[in-house]
Structures are given as structure tokens and as C-alpha cells.
Design a protein around this ligand. Structure first.
Ligand code: SDX
Length: 441
């Protein structure tokens, strides 16, 4: 929690802002709480009773807190990421995705009974209504898997109409289980669709990540056996992508959720936001960027293009991290484990050299641009035989538990109301309508 006490001296101990409005000469004491001032308090600063109060103009919410949350803590300067207070490094090393999903959703690590019940619930909700399969088969052969995922998740709201009763805690929890359970099935089916291969049904004998790999890659064998090292690598990647406080897609989930719509519609909105190349689509963009650079010799020209504003160094930079993204460090290490099985991705050499040059270049150092979660993840996904179009699907699947934890927190938050920001109007006023016959005469 931010320290609101004032430094020693004038107003020592006060946790207020004294604002003088030079338009009226009036002074206001604005309370500071948790390092923030309330927009409503600024709204009291007016030039006259019948005039609107002050608003805050903050495009992209660069310096605006939209909620109070106890789910994920990030210290961007120190490169710290914690889920419910547990450091991401410890969770990635010692936990598994379903346990982390439980932690995010329920707020505590599960007991053995809780974990077994949770794992059983998720495992036995991995199947999807056959009509959803029909919907997915209606897409073109080259439909982007993220578009298919967005549409099929949104469609699930029509199969579970009771999900609109979000006031009922049991109904909320049932949809949470269904969404976490079914996302791998939908993601795998989108992948198989693009390949023109038959959709593979879930295998309830397998764990979460192993079952996902089976639905992706199983062919005529009776039982798909994935390499344990690849299962572990996927579990780690899922843990790292599970939540990240108020990022763009979580903001979309919360904003849509504030209208009290069902959680399938909220998660579909999150998928739409994540699809963007500045957000979760960056991992796909990184691979395409590395391919375009083609060789280490071409890096200096590319870097110059970035500095001239012709390019963006995809996979670099972050709104919050002004230090190395702790997830990128862990993913970089996971590369070695995966490449032990699959062979080294030849693009790794370009990525490592690009990172080395960028971290020494003033342009990037001045702007505190470091590798983020998307810089190395695509190299692993490609080594696991995923096409770049699938990379953001691999982000959306694990992020579903984070989106839903944030949605549950929103629903229970008595301070929240429907999201409806103000605007600064810049258009015309008071025009008289001229009929089209006159206008076109
Ligand atoms: C994710 O928010 C989250 O938590 C997201 C995420 C999550 O887990 O949910 O962490 C996942 O989305 C990671 C980010 C993936 N995106 C990319 O890798 C795309 C490339 N990165 C950028 O476009 C950018 O860094 C953002 C979008 C990530 C952050 O943008 P900001 O905070 O709005 O910063 P900005 O665009 O205002 O940039 C500040 C300066 C600008 O230069 P000046 O105008 O001051 O001269 O840095 C420059 C930018 O031009 N800059 C870059 C750059 N990122 C920022 N220049 C070159 N290459 C980049 N990648």
C-alpha cells in the first residue's frame, strides 16, 4: 500500500493535497488514500455551483487506478511479479498451472482435498457441446485461431443461459470451472481446423497441459504420450501468463463485466483485446520480426529503423516494467529445456543478439525498454511446432484464470459501478439540419 504520510515539516503527517484553484482563489483539501486522489473529489473543484467540476484526462489510463485488487502485485522498477503474494519465480519452479489457477481464483493455495476436487471438476468439464464444434467447422480454412476462439467463447454464453445470473456465487463458480476447462479444447480445435485435421476430444486420464498437447497433436495412436519436459515447459508458460493486474485485456474484461453481463461475454472481450499486436499479439509479431530480420548481420539496420520510428522492437517495452520483465527471464531459461527436446530454434541467435544490442543502445536504455513476456515465448512455441497464429491462443488459454479472478473480484466489489468514462468534446455544436435535397441541389 502506498505511504500517504507527508514528509516531515509543513503539513507533516497530513495525507491531503491542498489545491488552490486560481480561477476562483478557492483552496481545497483533497484526501490522499493509497497514493491516489478520488476523481469525485476533483469533481468538487468548480468555478460556480452550476458549472461542471474538474475531470482527469488520462488517455490509455497511464496514471489512473480503476479498481482495488488483491490478486496480482507488480513492481515495475524492481521487476517484481507476485500472484496473491507469492513470487512468480517460486510458483513457476514449484507449482503447476491448475494450482496457480486455484490460487488466483480462490485467493489461497489449495489443501489436498481442495486441489483434488478442483482438478476433478476441471478435468470433467473439458468437453464442449457438439454444436460448438459445428460452429467452428463453419470457419474458412485460413481463419485466424484467435478469431475462432473469440467467437466460440462468446457462443458458449448461449449454451449456458443460467450464466447470466451472476448474482449467484455457485453459478459464477460453475462458469469459472467451465471456461478454464474448455479453453484448451477450443484452442486445440482452432489449431486442428487450420490444419484440416479431425478435432481430438479431451482425454480425461491426462493432466491439464498434457491433455492440451494430446488434443493438438494426437493422430492415429491410441494414447498420445507427450515428452515430460515439454509438458513441464507448457505448465511454466501457462503459470507465467496466468494474470498481470490491470493490463489491456483485463481492463476489457472488467469494463464489459461492469455491465453485469455473463462471464463468457467478458472473456470474449478479453480475447479480442489480447489479439492486438501491442498486447498478446506481440508474441506472433516477434516471430515475424525475427524472420524479417533474417540474420544477425541485418540487426544494425533494423535497430536504426526502430530509432527512426519506422519499426517497433516487438517483445520489448512495457507500460509497467521499466526493468527486465521477470517472466522473460524465466521463459529464456525454459527455452533451453525445450530446445533439449526439439533442437535449438535458429531464430534464438538473432533474438539473443538483438537483446544484447538493444540493452546497450541509448535509445532503449533511455526509454527503459527491456524484453517483455512476449520476446522469447514465441521461440518456444515455434519449437513446439505451433504456427505464429497460434501463439496468442497459447496466451489466452492460461490468462483465462486471471481474467476470471479479476471478474469475480469486480462482481464482489461494492465500490464498482458500470464503466462509463467522461470525454473532452471537440466537435461542432448547435448546427441547423439542411435536408439532403437542399444539400445536394
Ligand atoms: C503484454 O500490460 C500488461 O501487463 C501486458 C502484458 C500482460 O501480461 O498482460 O504484460 C502482456 O502485452 C506485453 C507487451 C507486448 N507488446 C509488445 O511487445 C509491443 C511492443 N511494445 C510497445 O508497443 C510498448 O512498449 C507497449 C505497448 C508494451 C507499452 O506502451 P506504452 O507504455 O504506451 O509506452 P509508449 O508507447 O508510450 O512508449 C514510450 C516510448 C515511446 O517513445 P517516445 O515517443 O517517447 O520517443 O518508448 C517507445 C515509444 O515510441 N517504445 C518503443 C517500444 N515500446 C515503446 N520503441 C521501440 N520499440 C518498442 N517496442
Amino acid at each position: 500500500m502506498a505511504d500517504d504520510s507527508a514528509p516531515a515539516g509543513k503539513n507533516a503527517g497530513a495525507s491531503t493535497l491542498t489545491v488552490r484553484d486560481n480561477r476562483t482563489g478557492q483552496e481545497y483539501d483533497v484526501p490522499i488514500l493509497d497514493g491516489a486522489v478520488l476523481g469525485a473529489d476533483l469533481g468538487k473543484i468548480k468555478t460556480a455551483e452550476d458549472q461542471p467540476g474538474l475531470s482527469v484526462y488520462d488517455p490509455g489510463f497511464v496514471n489512473t487506478a480503476s479498481c482495488r485488487s488483491a490478486i496480482t502485485f507488480i513492481d515495475g522498477d524492481e521487476g517484481i511479479l507476485e500472484y496473491r503474494g507469492y513470487p512468480i519465480e517460486q510458483l513457476a519452479e514449484k507449482s503447476n498451472y491448475l494450482e496457480v489457477a486455484y490460487l488466483l481464483i480462490h485467493g489461497d493455495l489449495p489443501t489436498k482435498e481442495q486441489y483434488d476436487a478442483w482438478e476433478h471438476q476441471i478435468t470433467f468439464h473439458t468437453f464442449v457441446h457438439e454444436n460448438v464444434k459445428g460452429l467452428m467447422q463453419g470457419f474458412r480454412y485460413d481463419a485466424h485461431p484467435m478469431g475462432m476462439l473469440l467467437a466460440s467463447v462468446g457462443a458458449l454464453s448461449t449454451f449456458y443461459p443460467e450464466s447470466r445470473n451472476i448474482a449467484d456465487a455457485n453459478v459464477r463458480q460453475m462458469q469459472v470451472v467451465r471456461l478454464i476447462a474448455k479453453m484448451p479444447t477450443l484452442g486445440a480445435w482452432a489449431f486442428r481446423h487450420a490444419q484440416g485435421k479431425p478435432y481430438v476430444y479431451p482425454d480425461n486420464d491426462l493432466g491439464y497441459a498434457a491433455n492440451f498437447l494430446s488434443m493438438l497433436f494426437k493422430m492415429s495412436e491410441q494414447k498420445f504420450e507427450a515428452d515430460e519436459r515439454l509438458i513441464k515447459a507448457l505448465e511454466v508458460l501457462f503459470i507465467l501468463h496466468a494474470d498481470h493486474e490491470q493490463n489491456c485485456s483485463t481492463n476489457a474484461v472488467r469494463s464489459v463485466g461492469s455491465s453485469q453481463v455473463d462471464p463468457y461475454s467478458c472473456v470474449a472481450a478479453g480475447i479480442g483485446a489480447l489479439f492486438g499486436p501491442l498486447h498478446g499479439g506481440a508474441n506472433e509479431a516477434v516471430l515475424k520480426m525475427l524472420r524479417r530480420i533474417g540474420s544477425v548481420d541485418n540487426i544494425p539496420d533494423f535497430i536504426n529503423g526502430v530509432k527512426d520510428g519506422q519499426e517497433r522492437l516487438m517483445g520489448f517495452g512495457h507500460r509497467v516494467y521499466k526493468n527486465y520483465d521477470p517472466r522473460a527471464k524465466i521463459i529464456k531459461k525454459a527455452c533451453d529445456d525445450v530446445f533439449e527436446v526439439t533442437g535449438v530454434n535458429p531464430l534464438l541467435k538473432i533474438a539473443l543478439e538483438l537483446e544484447k544490442i538493444a540493452l546497450e543502445d541509448e535509445y532503449f536504455v533511455k526509454r527503459k525498454l527491456y524484453p517483455n513476456v512476449d520476446f522469447y515465448s514465441g521461440l518456444i512455441y515455434e519449437a513446439l511446432s505451433f504456427p505464429p497464429e497460434m501463439f496468442t491462443v497459447l496466451f489466452a488459454i492460461p490468462r483465462t484464470s486471471g481474467w476470471l479472478a479479476q471478474w469475480l473480484e469486480l462482481v464482489d466489489d461494492k465500490e464498482q459501478k458500470i464503466a462509463r468514462p467522461k470525454q473532452i468534446y471537440t466537435g461542432d455544436r448547435g448546427l441547423d439540419y439542411v435536408s439532403s435535397s437542399e444539400r445536394w441541389a
